[in-house]
Design a protein around this ligand. Structure first.
Ligand code: DOR
Length: 443
């Protein structure tokens, strides 16, 4: 497929591109990028096209997309997705989840290992990679389990899984409670330079909590999870990263205290990066009122002060990444009583629009948002993604920053209809996602 995306506002933070221009794609690769208003770099292999205002078409069968008035970014990379396959296909499948990703502007997703069987060995890794090549609407990178069966007792064969294609290791959904195992995981993964992604939760302290601990949990009669259950583990893992020199990535940061700990750790030169998710800066624990299981997530939704701290952390670079933690569950499961219902929010189809609110509020520039959602995940996981560099995969998203729309869960292509954002009116959405040499038109 040859494609010319014309007259869009191209932003590629890695190349310093920010201006109106054209992107030429040939056979699934970026052939050239031309920015006619010289706010930035002109990148092109084609000398003729460098001197003209628009790119000459490589082939007469080149399809043209007029992106005037729209933005053109490198495709988004989600470093925290649950696609549920193998084993929980009733919740989500590689096919449906990657279609939801493409609809959300994502061209790559990194999938957590809490499947059945757990991705704790290279045959499961291989299965995911093969299935995703055949059926995936976008690129899929597996994340392997840190411990066998995610039981926290014995390290998985991380080296073999890494060789098979795992880009990071995590027991997400469950913390590694044993500090010695976590130490060994950081030491082991350091040898092949991939991060350990830590789900920070002290299980003894969170007990069987189901929401944020505070006045509201008392009023609702639900068992609470204090912020400290997250922060104790953030502090421990930072200490272990310091001890080992291993690469630590903190998953789904939800509290003010975690932001503070990560900021201090970065100042001290600890090898730590961090992510948060749109729900942690968009809604508070109030969303749980009425026992709304669609707002049940782990870690739980917190308070206004936490939201403010997370926004500050995003702004000052303490939090490197906005990930979705796309956690689809079946409707029947979310219809259970609050404390029996599984945690998780279906996030791929709302993440970009919710995150654009940060740009509208002046928390982030559009370029910083692309860094958090496309560039930094690729850097942390060492993926050859997140840029419109010549010769790179043509992973592109075309975004209308002004288009308003209503979130309608029935229109989700994900099997997971579990979102607390149903009915919200948001401004800014992806219009087309280009990846794997295909164009996804977003209705
Ligand atoms: O809410 C969550 N759901 N948090 C996690 O850490 C795991 C995820 C899931 O797998 O459903």
């Amino acid at each position: 497929m040859n494609l010319l995306v014309k007259n869009g506002h191209i932003i590629d933070p890695l190349q310093g591109i920010d201006g109106i221009g054209d992107v030429l794609i040939e056979n699934g690769k970026i052939k050239s990028v031309k920015v006619s208003k010289h706010q930035s770099v002109i990148a092109s292999k084609n000398k003729d096209s460098q001197n003209s205002d628009t790119l000459t078409l490589g082939h007469s069968d080149t399809r043209i997309i007029d992106a005037a008035g729209l933005y053109v970014f490198p495709g988004l990379n989600d470093m925290h997705t649950h696609l549920r396959e193998p084993g929980f296909e009733y919740k989500e499948m590689i096919k449906t989840g990657t279609m939801a990703a493409a609809k959300g502007g994502f061209t790559s997703v990194c999938v957590m290992p809490n499947t059945n069987p757990v991705n704790d060995n290279s045959s499961v890794t291989d299965f995911i990679i093969r299935k995703a090549i055949q059926e995936g609407a976008c690129t899929v990178y597996p994340i392997g389990a840190i411990t066998k069966g995610q039981k926290g007792e014995e390290l998985a064969e991380m080296g073999i899984m890494h060789a098979e294609g795992c880009v990071a290791f995590s027991d997400d959904g469950r913390p590694v409670m044993d500090s010695l195992i976590m130490r060994r995981a950081l030491e082991y993964s350091k040898t092949f330079n991939v991060p350990i992604i830590s789900h920070c939760e002290d299980l003894n302290l969170s007990e069987s909590g189901v929401m944020n601990e505070g006045l509201l949990s008392v009023n609702l009669g639900l068992r609470g999870i204090p912020s400290e259950a997250e922060e104790i583990m953030v502090a421990r893992d930072i200490a272990l990263a310091g001890l080992t020199g291993g690469r630590l990535h903190i998953a789904h940061v939800s509290t003010q205290g975690s932001v503070r700990l990560i900021r201090e750790a970065k100042e001290r030169g600890i090898n730590v990066t961090a992510e948060t998710c749109p729900h942690y800066f968009s809604i508070t624990e109030d969303a749980v009122k009425g026992y709304n299981t669609n707002a049940k997530v782990n870690p739980p939704l917190r308070t206004e002060k936490d939201i403010e701290a997370i926004k500050q952390g995003l702004k000052d670079g303490t939090i490197d990444v906005i990930a979705t933690d796309h956690a689809p569950h079946h409707r029947d499961e979310k219809l259970r009583e609050f404390d029996q219902s599984p945690s998780g929010i279906s996030g791929l189809e709302t993440a970009l629009s919710l995150s654009l609110r940060l740009v509208q509020e002046g928390v982030l520039t559009i370029s910083q948002l692309i860094e958090k959602m496309a560039v930094n995940p690729a850097k942390i996981l060492r993926l050859n993604k997140g840029t419109l560099n010549i010769g790179s995969d043509a992973d592109v998203v075309i975004v209308d920053l002004n288009k308003e729309f209503k979130v309608e869960v029935e229109k989700f292509v994900s099997k997971g209809k579990n979102t607390p954002f149903d009915g919200w009116v948001l401004k800014g959405m992806p219009i087309k996602t280009i990846c794997k040499n295909k164009i996804y038109d977003i209705p």
